[in-house]
Design a protein around this ligand. Sequence first.
Ligand code: HEM
Length: 115
Amino acid sequence: MERLPYYHILHLLSLIVLTAHTFMAFANPAPENRKRTLMITGIASLLMLGSGFGMMAVLKLSYSAGWVLVKFVCWFGLSALAGIAYRKAHLRGVLSTVALGLIATALFMVYLRPF
Ligand code: HEM
């Protein structure tokens, strides 16, 4: 069975869910939403990492490639932002810029693979 397209779809779907719920946390960091948002972003984040490693295994890519390491850092940062938004709600403007920067960097890495 060809597993790659399923990993690809899972990777993109979880990226969309993670991004959407992170920006929902920025828009309305109300304490009553916290548990649900952190649960959804946590699951999406793990699925994104798992599908990323799945693709690396199928494509036999090196784990020490520069673009993968940078993407890993972007993934780590993006995954932490929803939690930070609830604790430091006054920083939401800065955090949303950081989120966009991390996503843009990860996209540059996967499409251009500069190193
Ligand atoms: C914020 C973080 C991330 C973003 C925005 C992101 C985005 C993407 C996108 C859009 C693609 C599809 C590229 C295409 O059209 O072929 C992709 C593919 C991929 N991603 Fe990620 N990703 C992220 C994190 C990760 C992480 C942490 C890993 C490693 C564990 C990873 C590993 C991969 C691999 C191996 C591919 C397949 C590349 C190929 O088809 O040759 N990604 N990613």
